[in-house]
Structure formats: structure tokens, C-alpha cells
Design a protein around this ligand. Structure first.
Ligand code: AHR
Length: 495
């Protein structure tokens, strides 16, 4: 029996809802077809946005959406995507599949999407191939409420009032597809671009995000944090979970054995080590902790589904992905004192998507159900918690990682939410939970579980879902429960 302690006396940090954020790029069928079909489409839409996808994302609780990239951001010229659609420039999306980008989804469409979703905006600006003036004018176009050339242009294009930009990214992967820069050079460039990202909305300051490291590039983190510490709200970490060690053979999303499964799980757990180490490096040059961490690209990355365009990054999603999502969201919750936003890649039809579409059909993936289950944590207070656990010894891969991982939070009414993940592919886990100094009135629970290969697809979209969980017993100060293999359970505890 594993021991699980939740301590309501230990209130640690607010879990920003933005930890549950998403990322949508002009890549494959994410924006086009997946989200935006155009006003003339036969697929039911409101102002061009798919009604089914918007409804599902709202129900899941999407708080913030990053756009337009990714690598695409550093070749995106925003003026190509405004004004009458028939006059918008066409370009080749050189990063992703070499398709013609007709710019029919641009700034106005993005904010319309945010409006329909009820979510905040996170725009990523172009440092790689754009100019300071271009970035500065984009911010003016979006956020200035006075008389100026860009505000007038916005009004001419049908939008009187400015929009709110909560986050603005200054470059993406500037160490790679965003310009192949050194951190010292990028740090200086950041300051130059950032100077002209004006706060037109007075007190509502735009939160600037500087390009952070790739995975474990601690040198990048140190140099960039040092340069931007007076000028950035956060730096962004990118970390993808591959099933194999090689980018040329990432492994299949659906055809995998137990060894591949555990290798993926152990690699996903690496997120915790990366967060701890990057924060330690950031603190070494910024002990005042002005600069926070965002993880604005994360998730699993496998070989594309056979027969699909390799540049579209379309992959299926199984219970393995649900485990990766659940354990990662627990890690983010536990680090919510410094991790202020995270954005899984990518919302629809790309990488670890929460939604897949095929023409007018839509499938909600196991990852979708995890986000929906976890949405109760949004804006809650993280509580101290601890669980004992066996280690999964994935001998074949020479690594081990915890079988169980949890997090617990409390909402403003005092209800406690605890999400516990059992990553074992085959073993049940019995847990005994004690809620310190608390008389527990009631416990309810929900579960997502299945075989590690279980998935939803266009033939059967209801295999993996959230169900009621009853295999637990309430005690005066907690509960005991038996967690099935490959499961995530949410306990709702009233006192
Ligand atoms: O999410 C796909 C790509 O991965 C993004 O465009 C890029 O930032 C990263 O390398």
C-alpha cells in the first residue's frame, strides 16, 4: 500500500490556468481544415471557425492559444494576412510541407478564434526574418487605441477597438529554425526588438516571452536570462518526448511494445529535471527571480501516420499519450511557483493533438480527456502533497522512473482536487490517502484508463473517455483506492 499525504495547511502557489495552454501553428492541418474552414465551407462554422472544434476546446477549458508558430512565426509577415482576403499574398510554407499559404487566416481571424474560445492571446513575433519596425507595427496594429497609422489601418479593416495581447513572444527557437543564433547575440537582439514592443494599453502590460532553451541547453538559459532579466516576463523552454533517441526514427504513435512505452514515459518524466535545472540556472544570474519559465512547446513527437505528408506532423494518440499528458501536467502544477504557462503542441491534427479531424468528422483524443479532467486545477492553489511509489525499472532502457505521480490543489471554496497517475502498463497500485488536519465529508472520483494502445479513431471515437471511478473507500481523514494500470484518477474531496 502506497502512502499519499495531502497537506491543506501548505498552500504553495497559484496554478495559472495558462499552464493548460495550447499551441496552433500554420502547419499541416492544424489551422487550415482543423480549426479554420472558411465561411463558405459546408462544415458548420461561425465566421469560418469549425463549430465542433470550438465547442470541444471550450468544454476542455482552453485558457490561452499560441499562434502563428513555431518555426512559421519567423517567416510570417503579418501584413500579408490582413485586409480583403482576395488580395492577400500567397506564399510557400517552406518549413511545413511546401504548401501554398494563402493567408486567409490572419490577425483578425486569430482574434475572432480567441473570442469564440473565450481564451487569451499569445502571439509569437518574427525576429528571424522580420524587422524591428514590422514587429513594432504589429503590436501597434493590435493594441493601440489612439490615432496612428496602424490603428487607422486596423479600423479600415473593420476592427474599431484594439485587442488584448496577453503574451508576446520575441522570436521562436532562435537557436534553430528562428535564425540559428548564439545566445549572446539573441539576448542583445531581444532587447532591441523588445524596446519597440510598446505597452499601449497602459497598466495592462504585455508579458514578453524571450526565446529560451532547447531541452537541456543550460548555456542558452544562462546567457539569455542574464541579458533579458530586466526586459522579459519569462523565457520559453521547448522539450518534446520522443519514443526513440533518434529524430530520423522516432517510432510509431500506435505500434509500440512495452519497452517503447516505458522509454516514452521515462523521457516524459525528464520534464521535471529540465524545469529544476533551468530554474536553478536562471536563479544563478537572476536571484531576484524576475524571469519566469514557460514551456510553450511540449508533447510527444512520433513518426507521422503512414501515408500522410511528412511535413504535416500528423500522428495518432493513445493511452500512452494520455499518461504523458497527465504526468506532465502534474509536474507543471508542482512547479507552478515558476512555470506560468505551458502550451502543448499542437491543438488539432499536429503532434500530440487534443483533436483530430477528417473532413467534417472530429475525434477527441485521450490527451483531450486528460486536459478536460485536469481543468479543475486551473487557478487553484497548489497544496503540499507527497506519494510513496515503486519505481518502474525499464531495464531494457537502463532507466527508472516513478510509477505514481500526483498533484493536489484547492479551489476558493475549499474543495480539494487530486490527480494521481499510475504509469505502470500492468500493475495495479493501492494507495492510502490522508488529508492532514481534515475531516473528509465526501469523495468523488473520475478515471481515464485502458490498455496502453487504446485510442479513439474515426471508426470508434468513444473507447477512451472520462468515467466515474468507484474503486475507493472514504475514511474519516482520507480514502484508500486501487488504481488500475495505465490510469489517471481525479479525486474530488469535500470537507
Ligand atoms: O511544433 C512543431 C515545431 O517544433 C515548431 O514549429 C518548432 O518551434 C519546433 O521545432
Amino acid at each position: 500500500m502506497q502512502k499519499y499525504l495531502i497537506n491543506p495547511n501548505q498552500k504553495i502557489s497559484k496554478i495559472s490556468k495558462d499552464i493548460y495552454g495550447h499551441f496552433s501553428e500554420h502547419l499541416g492541418r492544424c489551422i487550415y481544415n482543423g480549426i479554420f474552414v472558411g465561411e463558405k465551407s459546408e462544415i458548420p462554422n461561425e465566421n469560418g471557425m469549425r463549430c465542433d472544434v470550438v465547442k470541444a476546446l471550450k468544454e476542455m477549458g482552453i485558457p490561452v492559444l499560441r499562434w502563428p508558430g513555431g518555426c512559421f512565426a519567423d517567416e510570417y509577415h503579418w501584413k500579408d494576412g490582413i485586409g480583403p482576403k482576395e488580395k492577400r499574398k500567397k506564399m510557400i510554407n517552406t518549413h511545413w510541407g511546401g504548401l501554398v499559404e494563402d493567408n486567409s487566416f490572419g490577425t483578425h481571424e486569430y482574434f475572432e478564434l480567441c473570442r469564440q474560445l473565450g481564451c487569451d492571446a499569445y502571439i509569437n513575433g518574427n525576429v528571424g526574418s522580420g524587422t524591428v519596425a514590422e514587429m513594432s507595427e504589429w503590436v501597434e496594429y493590435m493594441t493601440f487605441d489612439g490615432i496612428s497609422p496602424m490603428a487607422e489601418l486596423r479600423k479600415k479593416n473593420g476592427r474599431e477597438k484594439p485587442w488584448k495581447v496577453k503574451y508576446f513572444g520575441i522570436g521562436n527557437e532562435s537557436w534553430g529554425c528562428g535564425g540559428n543564433m548564439d545566445p549572446e547575440y539573441y539576448g542583445c537582439l531581444y532587447k532591441r526588438y523588445n524596446t519597440y514592443v510598446r505597452d499601449y494599453a497602459g497598466n495592462e502590460k504585455i508579458m514578453r516571452i524571450a526565446c529560451g532553451p532547447n531541452s537541456s541547453d543550460y548555456h542558452w538559459t544562462k546567457e539569455v536570462t542574464d541579458k533579458v532579466k530586466h526586459h522579459a516576463k519569462a523565457i520559453s523552454l521547448h522539450y518534446y518526448t520522443l519514443a526513440n533517441d533518434s529524430w530520423s526514427n522516432k517510432g510509431s504513435a500506435t505500434e509500440f511494445d512495452t519497452k517503447d512505452y516505458y522509454r516514452t514515459i521515462c523521457k516524459a518524466y525528464r520534464m521535471e529535471e529540465l524545469i529544476n535545472n533551468h530554474i536553478a540556472v536562471m536563479n544563478s544570474v537572476n536571484p531576484q527571480q524576475w524571469v519566469q519559465l514557460v514551456v510553450d512547446e511540449w508533447g510527444t513527437w512520433y513518426d507521422v501516420e503512414p501515408g500522410t505528408n511528412p511535413g504535416f506532423l500528423y500522428q495518432q494518440n493513445t493511452m500512452r499519450d494520455a499518461m504523458v499528458a497527465a504526468l506532465t501536467l502534474n509536474i507543471f502544477n508542482k512547479h507552478s511557483d515558476r512555470v506560468i504557462m505551458a502550451n502543448i503542441a499542437q491543438t488539432v491534427n499536429v503532434l500530440q493533438a487534443v483533436i483530430l479531424t477528417d473532413a467534417d468528422k472530429m475525434v477527441l483524443t485521450p490527451t483531450y480527456h486528460v486536459f478536460k479532467m485536469f481543468k479543475d486545477h486551473q487557478e487553484n492553489t497548489l497544496l503540499g502533497s507527497y506519494i510513496t511509489t515503486d519505481e518502474i525499472k525499464a531495464k531494457e532502457i537502463g532507466k527508472s522512473c516513478p510509477q505514481l505521480i500526483e498533484s493536489a490543489s484547492v479551489d476558493k471554496d475549499g474543495t480539494i482536487y487530486s490527480t494521481v497517475v499510475n504509469t505502470s502498463a500492468s500493475k495495479f497500485s493501492r494507495i492510502k490517502c490522508q488529508v492532514a488536519d481534515t475531516k473528509v465529508k465526501s469523495v468523488k472520483a473520475e478515471i481515464i484508463t485502458g490498455d496502453i494502445h487504446d485510442k479513439n479513431d474515426f471508426k470508434d471515437n468513444d473507447i477512451v473517455k472520462i468515467e466515474e471511478f468507484t474503486d475507493f473507500k472514504k475514511h474519516a481523514d482520507g480514502f484508500t483506492a486501487c488504481l488500475p494500470p495505465c490510469s489517471v484518477v481525479k479525486f474530488i474531496i469535500e470537507k
